[in-house]
Write a protein that binds this ligand. Structure first.
Ligand SMILES: [Fe+2]
Length: 206
């Protein structure tokens, strides 16, 4: 029997850092709502890989619709894990103006922090699920990319540095329908030190 998830390992949900429960403008209840969904994505990822292991891929023409739904659901689950891990890791900071490498990149690729902020905010207002500031290795610059769901629309060879969750669970408890105020709160709680750590680790050149 040929399996489709050869040698996969289960992953566990990461712990949240305590700063996340003490943010201005993003309540503990909202963070818990994200975390519950995140745990669900982790479990789903493990479960789907387990199921793929049970499928006989050599008989794929008989089970292709099952394979299709497992593989599509896998992208949603893994997207939900990755997006939220970025979200949790780079919040809990003091917001404000970026410094260091990320500041240089934003200056170069958007012409200034205000232009970047305006563009990210507009992208977040227009998205159904996510807006990302990502470094695109082929374009060799930052873009604010848009996502409607956990698995749409990633761009190959681009690395997300900022992940703005604009699903309803991200803001409804704190702001009801006022998504714009939530985006402001998100920006006010960004930890630029973490974003700079990533930009440095990935060796992005300013
Ligand atoms: Fe979320």
């Amino acid at each position: 029997m040929a399996t489709l998830a050869f040698n996969h390992e289960e992953i566990a949900a990461r712990e949240l850092k305590p700063e996340l429960y003490d943010m201005d403008g993003i309540s503990r209840a909202s963070v818990e709502a994200h975390y519950k969904l995140y745990q669900g994505y982790v479990n789903k990822r493990n479960e789907i890989l387990g199921k793929l292991d049970e499928v006989d891929a050599s008989a794929a023409n008989q089970v292709y619709s099952e394979l299709r739904s497992l593989k599509v659901d896998l992208t949603f689950a893994i997207g939900g894990v990755k997006n939220h891990e970025i979200y949790f890791e780079h919040l809990g900071g003091a917001g404000g103006a970026p410094d260091g490498l990320i500041s240089d990149l934003i200056e170069r690729d958007f012409g200034g922090v205000e232009a970047w902020r305006t563009d990210l905010k507009a992208t977040g207002m227009g998205a159904r699920g996510w807006a990302w500031t990502a470094y695109d290795w082929d374009e060799t610059r930052l873009f604010n990319y848009i996502g409607d769901a956990q698995n749409t629309f990633p761009v190959w060879n681009a690395t997300p540095l900022i992940a703005l969750d604009v699903y309803e669970h991200a803001y409804f408890l704190d702001y009801q329908t006022d998504r714009a105020s939530y985006i402001d709160a998100f920006l006010n709680n960004l930890d630029w030190g973490v974003v700079n750590e990533w930009a440095t680790r990935y060796q992005i050149q300013a």
